[in-house]
Unconditional design. Structure first.
Length: 642
């Protein structure tokens, strides 16, 4: 029997606690030693201020705190502490002070030393500007004292839009500006929407200086961040209303993208019950990743083709080529006649390229098309939209591909939710870059599949720890709500094809019968469906249909998606918070039935997914086109309208 906490979060223990503080007119939250959502009158000015210690592979080294002291008043505060970062070769300790004054000034300072010599990619402050800054005017202050007028980019900027900074100010309301000053290092800004973060990040130590860099034992690092809002006055903040999902039944429809799954990375074939449950998802394709001519690649392709055939799905074949690409592609072509499964597409990548260049596409067409004609070739990024944005414009390919995961820079539940609406922005920007070619988002996962920015070997997990690719939220209500939120943004984005997770195992939609290899870190549900299976099944039921316009006025609390097929109308909603809320639907039909996945139903839904899905659910009725319903922490619901 799993606890409520495990069902909600995938783990025991409380999530990081957030405390409300004030610095005169500026309200903010303190999460550990990070400042979050610094706001003025309900409008967010700065998303987050934090100090980061990154190792030579951009891994974040966590802090252990000691000597914490606090003076908290109604409109001011002062906090000090010692933070120690120790992991493998890393050993860095600093004294931190955070203060908030009645005039709205917030100051964060660090003063630390390296206690031994090690290599690092970054030590110091990062400031996140909310994505609402897109298009906002700003003023840049450079280290030489010069200033520059600029604008936060609206289209996702491939490279750093602002360089060599000592300060940055931006307009938060007509006549009201916020001023940031950075001391102790040069700073620059990147557009984090490249990785689906809902922010722009101003960070210390320009990348032009090179990384990783050695920091010698005894080296001092001292930096200060100061936020001021001149002339600001405290303003009342209205209480949050019930989040609303507005449905537009008369708006234009968009085809539902083809929805697929990845082949399980553990390599074991599907069991009969697994095949039965996966067929219920009605996957359009299975993705298999191959390095041709590497040990076992032929058997991996044959097994993937057999599983695709059993699920009545096509194959999405991702080929990772080397400079021996001619021999590799010929080997693939030789094997194709023995495979009965249809092919959805080739995803083409090269080991030495972040984004596929034209010559590999031309080569693949010349060697593969004669054997399997008509199969589209997709080019783009094996990793993130970033590489697609920075690479050659992929107008030479039939389709364009990139992957998504929400944990490149931040890992807490709230930050994962913030990425959801940026997924749609990335898909729309990809369409712009490709000249309108079909967009393939493959795969969508909770954790990175590999470290795309590693500068050296990635160490294996310590005994009893999870691999970097595994997140226990895969089996939680949080994971299900995030998945529905992802669908709510990618399905109406215009993308042609979406691939989510894997078939089975702790990176999949079903747990294997033997259970997870590290049950003390990943809660065991042997042979069960994970909660996120159900939003995917709710969409799979409507395969071949269309999405209906609709949107949430509070996407950080409520996400939704409406689908239509053969006269059926279905709305999917997710509470993307860990607190109960009342959801409001406007423009709704007169009546329907809602099947809810929450703490009261999740165990049955996981252990008996088919029986759970056969249930008719509870009746819902609208009054003047409005429906109100209670949703528990990270609850999802599927409403079939009559």
């Amino acid at each position: 029997m799993l606890s409520d906490r495990v069902w909600i979060y995938g783990r025991e223990g409380e999530p990081p606690r957030r405390r409300a503080l004030r610095a005169g007119p500026v309200s903010l939250l303190l999460e550990g030693i990070e400042l979050v959502s610094l706001s003025l009158g309900g409008s967010e000015v700065v998303r987050r201020i934090y100090a980061a210690v990154r190792d030579a592979n951009w891994g974040t080294v966590p802090a252990t705190l000691s000597d914490l002291r606090e003076e908290i008043g109604p409109d001011s505060f002062r906090i000090s502490f010692t933070a120690s970062h120790r992991e493998r070769e890393i050993d860095f300790t600093w004294r931190g002070t955070i203060s908030g004054e009645r005039d709205g000034t917030v100051t964060y300072a660090l003063d630390g030393r390296a206690l031994r010599t090690f290599r690092k990619n970054r030590i110091g402050f990062c400031v996140l500007h909310p994505d609402a800054c897109a298009g906002a005017p700003c003023r840049l202050l450079h280290p030489d004292g010069s200033t520059e007028e600029a604008t936060f980019p609206e289209a996702i900027a491939p490279q750093q839009p602002f360089l060599e900074l000592r300060g940055i100010s931006h307009q938060v309301a007509p006549g009201q500006w916020a001023e940031l000053r950075m001391e102790g290092d040069a700073f620059e800004t990147e557009d984090q929407r490249n990785w689906t973060d809902a922010s722009y990040k101003t960070y210390c130590t320009p990348l032009r200086l090179g990384y990783p860099a050695e920091i010698a034992a005894g080296t001092r690092v001292a930096q200060t961040i100061t936020l001021r809002v001149p002339g600001a006055r405290a303003a009342a903040v209205s209480a949050a209303a019930a989040p609303t999902y507005a449905l537009d039944l008369h708006g234009p429809r968009r085809p539902i993208p083809a929805l697929g799954l990845g082949v399980a990375s553990h390599g074991q074939p599907l069991a009969p019950r697994e095949r039965e449950l996966l067929r219920a998802l009605r996957p359009a394709h299975l993705r298999v990743d191959l390095r041709p001519l590497s040990p076992g690649w032929e058997e991996a392709l044959r097994q993937a083709a057999s599983e695709a055939e059993a699920l009545d799905a096509a194959l999405e074949v991702a080929l990772l080529l080397s400079d021996a690409a001619v021999e590799e592609l010929r080997a693939v072509a030789t094997l194709l006649p023995s495979l009965r499964a249809p092919l959805a597409r080739w995803l083409l990548f090269h080991l030495s390229e972040a984004a596929t260049s034209e010559r590999w596409v031309a080569l693949a067409r010349s060697l593969l098309s004669p054997v399997r004609p008509g199969v589209p070739v997709a080019a783009g990024a094996r990793a993130y939209f970033t590489e697609l944005n920075r690479g050659p414009r992929p107008t030479f390919a039939d389709e364009v591909v990139f992957s998504i995961n929400p944990q490149i820079h931040a890992f807490d539940d709230a930050s994962l939710v913030e990425t959801l609406r940026i997924q749609r922005v990335c898909a729309e920007n990809a369409s712009r870059l490709s000249g309108g070619r079909p967009i393939v988002v493959s795969p969508v996962t909770l954790k990175p599949r590999f470290n795309a920015v590693a500068t050296g070997p990635v160490p294996p997990p310590a005994p009893g720890q999870l691999p970097d690719q595994v997140d226990p939220r895969q089996m939680s209500l949080c994971g299900a709500a995030w998945t529905l939120g992802s669908l709510a943004n990618l399905v109406p984005s215009g993308a042609a094809s979406l691939t989510y997770y894997e078939t089975t195992g702790w990176r999949g939609v079903l747990e294997v019968a033997a259970g997870p290899p590290v049950p003390e870190r990943f809660p065991p549900l042997p042979g069960c469906a994970f909660p996120l299976y159900h939003p995917l099944a709710d969409l799979g039921d409507m395969r071949g249909g269309a999405s209906v316009p609709g949107g949430s006025a509070a996407p950080l609390r409520l996400e939704g998606l409406t689908l239509e097929r053969a006269g059926r109308l279905r709305t999917l909603l997710a509470n993307v918070t860990d607190r109960p809320l009342e959801a409001r639907i406007t423009g709704a039909p007169a009546a329907g039935r809602a099947r809810v996945l929450d703490l009261s139903t999740v165990e049955r839904a996981c252990r008996e997914p088919a029986r759970f899905r056969e249930g008719r659910g509870e009746e819902v009725a609208s009054r003047a086109g409005e429906v109100r319903m209670e949703l528990g922490p990270y609850a999802t619901t599927c409403i079939d309208w009559e």
